[in-house]
Design a protein around this ligand. Structure first.
Ligand code: SF4
Ligand code: ZN
Length: 291
């Protein structure tokens, strides 16, 4: 791990990885041992690794798998099989499934195909955020944890900076506190790990995850930004880490974007009751209304 000037064998890497996750959960006040945590799993390496680490650390954790119905169920079917296998092999690994098509009548790609001009991924993100928040609030969970790693965060930061999207920048953080009784706290315990670290953890732990990217991820700009940042990293050790951590520091110390946060007034959706900045229906309910 060039960014840390550290080389570890498999055994010590696992110890280091788990201890570091715990340290960041505590340092950033993500959740405590008494909290119930909902971990969103996709069948990929990051989310399954996160589920594994949280179980090993003894947290009160339950997983949520959202079946988006991608690729005529083929991609989703395979990713769900990974989640099921993971749960079978580990004691105490409980999970629940929300099937978008069963619950709302259409899969995410079906819904997207009717909405010209809306990319599958932006729609998918909206659906996932809504379901995660709903399940967390209905189930009385203290927080929703996702497996985003430092490469993910740095790429999104890069994108937000390039387009100078202050609203998105204001809400990009490893911990998003709950600002409404029906809005769950969102946390990213892996936000300090490089992607290759989470991959190494999954490999060393023998986690069978889905290797293929979602077919809609192909050509995504965030993947291009990840490649750019990797080029930067190859030239300058620790560049990705510094880029993201310096942003977090400036955000905190200089109160950057605090105005953008203040401007965000939350009401409740008249249909589903979830918090929204829009008057009347929330973006999720509007989506189904128009389809
Ligand atoms: Fe959804 Fe896009 Fe991610 Fe696929 S790549 S799971 S469509 S957000
Ligand atoms: Zn709604």
């Amino acid at each position: 791990m060039r960014q840390h000037r550290l080389s570890l064998c498999g055994e010590h890497f696992l110890e280091w990885f788990i201890a570091r996750t715990e340290r960041f959960i505590e340092k950033y006040g993500m959740f405590g041992p008494e909290d119930r945590v909902l971990v969103a799993v996709s069948g990929g390496k990051d989310s399954l690794a996160l589920w594994d680490v949280l179980l090993r650390l003894g947290y009160d954790v339950r997983a949520l798998y959202i079946n988006l119905g991608i690729n005529g169920q083929r991609y989703s079917g395979e990713s769900k099989a990974r989640v099921e296998r993971f749960a079978v092999e580990r004691e105490g690994a409980d999970f629940q499934v929300v099937d978008v098509r069963q619950a709302y009548g259409k899969s995410v790609p079906e819904l997207a195909s009717e909405k010209w001009g809306r990319k599958v991924c932006s729609l998918c993100g909206l659906v996932k955020r809504h379901i995660m928040n709903r399940m967390a609030c209905e189930g009385g969970f203290a927080a929703v944890a996702t497996g985003h790693n430092l490469d993910d965060e740095a790429a999104v930061l890069f994108q937000n900076v390039i387009h100078w999207q202050t609203g998105y920048l204001a809400r990009q953080a490893p911990v998003l506190p709950s600002t409404h009784p029906r809005l769950a706290r969102k946390v990213k315990p892996f936000f300090r790990f490089y992607e290759r670290d989470t991959a190494a953890y999954a490999l060393l732990r023998g986690i069978d995850y889905i290797y293929d990217e979602c077919p809609y991820a192909e050509g995504a700009t965030t993947i291009f930004y990840k490649e750019l940042l990797n080029q930067l990293e190859a030239r300058s050790r620790g560049a990705k880490q510094q880029f993201y951590l310096s942003f977090l520091q400036a955000r905190q110390e200089e109160g950057l974007f605090s105005r953008a946060m203040e401007e965000l007034e939350l009401g409740e959706c008249v249909r589903c009751g979830q918090p929204t900045t829009a008057p009347g229906l929330c973006a999720f309910c509007r989506l189904w209304e128009m389809s």
